[in-house]
Design a protein around this ligand. Structure first.
Ligand SMILES: N[C@@H](CCC(=O)N[C@@H](CS)C(=O)NCC(=O)O)C(=O)O
Length: 222
């Protein structure tokens, strides 16, 4: 039975899983959950993830939420090098994945909720939240930019789950105007991923098409 991934094609979190699964050659079945219709909050979906968030993976009896946990599960299942080529690399990959969740992606999510989510629901963005998120993103990006000055990837000399986790905020950054253009090494690394990881480029197209069509339908197109 194929591994099911529940999520919305416009979601940067689902993108982390679908792109990693493609790189690892893991066969998945995508189950569409329309987040803009609130489908992650139905009683049926809340049995899979009581937080009402996607993606969720179902592999037989195993139900997992949190994209990073899903990616680690899939990588271990197939023995993928995306978790690091050596034990030492593996800890570095985990370090950056935990860091990404707590110090990085959350501020991109906050910005998306303010700038896109609230507008979609007819509410006004709270500029003080956006300013706080931007300050935290800039502080983290200074360190990332220095880290990437002499490297092609976040850990070692190859793609890992750390790259995928840290790259996720680029999924919505053009729409939310995150200040990434101030950080040239970060921008060059993101372009490198798009140029060398076909699944990363393909899932960008998927996210853009989905979000742009939802926004156009809501009269929020550019
Ligand atoms: N920390 C979670 C974040 C999940 C998340 O924020 N998912 C968003 C889509 S990118 C969602 O499902 N939102 C639905 C909602 O808030 O109602 C992960 O990494 O999987």
């Amino acid at each position: 039975m194929a591994i099911k991934i529940y999520g919305d094609p416009g979601s940067g979190s689902r993108r982390r899983v679908t792109s990693a699964a493609a790189v690892m050659g893991v066969d998945i079945e995508r189950v569409n959950i329309d987040l803009f219709k609130g489908e992650s909050h139905t009683p049926e979906f809340l049995k899979l993830n009581p937080h009402g968030l996607t993606p969720v993976m179902v592999d037989g009896d195993v139900v997992l939420y949190e994209a990073s946990a899903i990616n680690i599960y899939l990588a271990e299942k197939v023995g993928s090098g995306l978790l690091g080529a050596t034990p030492a690399e593996r800890y570095q990959v985990l370090q950056w994945m935990f860091w990404s969740g707590e110090q990085w992606r959350i501020f991109a999510t906050l910005t998306f909720d303010e700038r896109i989510g609230k507008r979609f629901m007819g509410q006004l963005e709270d500029e003080s939240i956006v300013q706080l998120a931007f300050a935290r993103i800039r502080a983290a990006a200074v360190v990332l930019d220095a880290h990437l000055a002499e490297r092609q990837f976040i850990v070692g000399d190859h793609l890992t789950l750390a790259d995928i986790d840290i790259a996720a905020p680029f999924s919505q950054s053009a729409r939310t105007e995150l200040p990434f253009s101030e950080f040239p090494n970060l921008v060059a690394w993101q372009q490198r991923l798009l140029d060398t990881v076909p699944a990363w480029a393909e899932t960008k197209r998927e996210v853009d098409e989905r979000i742009n069509s939802v926004l156009a339908g809501a009269g929020m197109g550019s």
